[in-house]
Each structure stands twice: as structure tokens, then as C-alpha cells.
Design a protein around this ligand. Sequence first.
Ligand SMILES: [Fe+2]
Length: 330
Amino acid sequence: MAITGVKSLNYRIAEPERIASARTFFTEFGLGAPQDDAAPAFTLPDGARVRLQPPAAAAFDTAVTTETVWGVSDEDALARLVDALSRDLTLVQDARGDWHFTTPDGLPMGLGLFDRRPVLNRPDPLNAPGHVQRLNQWRKWRFRAQPRTINHVVYGVDDYKASWDFFRHRLGFRLSDHSRGLGVFLRADGACEHHNLFLANAHYHRPSAPSFQHACFGVEDVDEIMAGANHLTRLGHVSKLGLGRHRIASALFYYVDCPAGGEAEYGADTDYLDDGWVPREWDPKFGYIVWCANLPPFMQQEAGRDVRLLANEDDVDVPDLAAWRQRGAA
Ligand SMILES: [Fe+2]
């Protein structure tokens, strides 16, 4: 076991007023009060951090302005990963001991020792006609969300096959599923969330540069998502899709624009996997949602249902991404 999940999410933000609005946002989102006013840092219950860094405090200077530092379980594993990456990449260690580097496709990444703390949850049992799991028992009354973990991060990349090869061969990530033409969902080798990293085709809708797209923060259940969502709505924050459930990962989602960059997502009821999982491949629209409160225009037609199980990771059918880029430009 080596990488156990996201240790920290570091946003590089040049404008002091945007640091201030991002600080307010993450407090309203449920991450509590940050430490350090100059470079606010929020700590989640599993020990992960969200940092809002002025350029002088950030250990990266890429065009992509959000860095993910991956948590590593022990010193030997960290030393092995750092040593192997150092053969062809430049790694810089910060005062905390975390290592920082840029992937060949331009993503700012890091590695650091991470004692990921277990988090305790006990979702209310579900009732259905003829299936009574909650008798004479109140459901929990929710008022706010309090995210426990950073479940996954999403980056748009120029060539997701090339980016996947890097994360697969250099950092040990496993393939969970493939949305044909849209991207690959990857799980860190020491984690069980369906995916910790989604590498998305930056040119799927239109040509665009590599970018950070969103981070998903794990909460207990649908009630906690919607208590947090209603709180954010009352404060004027906007979600385009509203509540929905992905088919990929089975997870409930609620995205909201984040002033630090990209979107922040509340997530719950995701699939958990280990190496016994068989990856699947399907049309992106079919994998995208089971249902959604505000159906977007591109989902007005039902998606095709062709699903393929992949005998192994090399069985993946990645379309010609260069042609995809040109189609997007047309
Ligand atoms: Fe997500």
C-alpha cells in the first residue's frame, strides 16, 4: 500500500480579496474555521487539508492553479516513490516535508506522509414498503454539512491516455472505469473510494487547456448533502445541476461554484472498491447520471446503454483523442 488518498488540496490565489471570499466559502461549505489568516488552512476530520495560498506561500507555479498532494502511508513507500520520480522529474521538498512536482501534462502534484484518520459515520437505515429498517426511530435532524474527507479530485487534461499512463505506471493508480472519450476514473492503490482522481478530456466539449475542475468532499448521506446545499442556497451560492446521482461510482452529487477555483462537490453513498473490481467502459452520458434535479440540455436524450466489462486495464478502447480535439475545434 502506498497512496491512501488526498492529503491536501492547495489553491494558489493571487488576489487577496479572492482568498478572503474563498475563505468565507469553505467555512460556509462546512469546513469550519481555518488556521492562519495569511494562508488559510482548513482541516477535515480525516486529517486532509484545504489550503488557500498566496503565490509566495505556494510550492508550485503552474498554469493549473490547484495542486493535489497525495498522502502516502509510510516513509519507505514515500522514499521509493520520490526516488523513482526523481529520475526524470524535478521534485522540491517544502518545510512540512511534502514533495512537489509537475506531471508531464502540466498538473501540479505532491506526495507526503499522511496518517489518514478513520472517520466514523452511521447513516440512518432506509425504509421501503415491506422492508422496515427503522421502526419507532427518528431520522437524524440535519442543519449543516460537515465534510469528512476529500473523496476525489478532477483535472481536465490534453491527452487522458498519456496522463493515465503516468499515474498508472509511476504512482500505482488503478483503473476503476472508463467513459469512452471523456476520461478515466482512477483509484489510489491504498484507497477504497471508487475514484480518487478523474482525468477528463479537456477537449470533450470544446478545446481548452489543462485545468482543475472540481474536488468532491465526502459527507454521510443525502440529508447531509441537502442540509449543506440549502444553507449555501440561502447564502446566494449557485448549483447548476442540483442534486443527482452518478451511475459512475453510484455516488450522490451536489456541485457548487467555488471562488477558489472550479467547483466544490458534496458527495455521499459512493461505491467502494478493492483490486477485485472489474473496470467498465461505457458512453459518457450513460455513466454520467442515473438522475438529476436539473437535467442539462445534453442529457435530454437518453444515453445508449452499451456497457463493456474490461478483462484488464489494457483492454480499454480509447478513441483517437487528436481527432476528438479537432472535432471540438470545428
Ligand atoms: Fe466528482
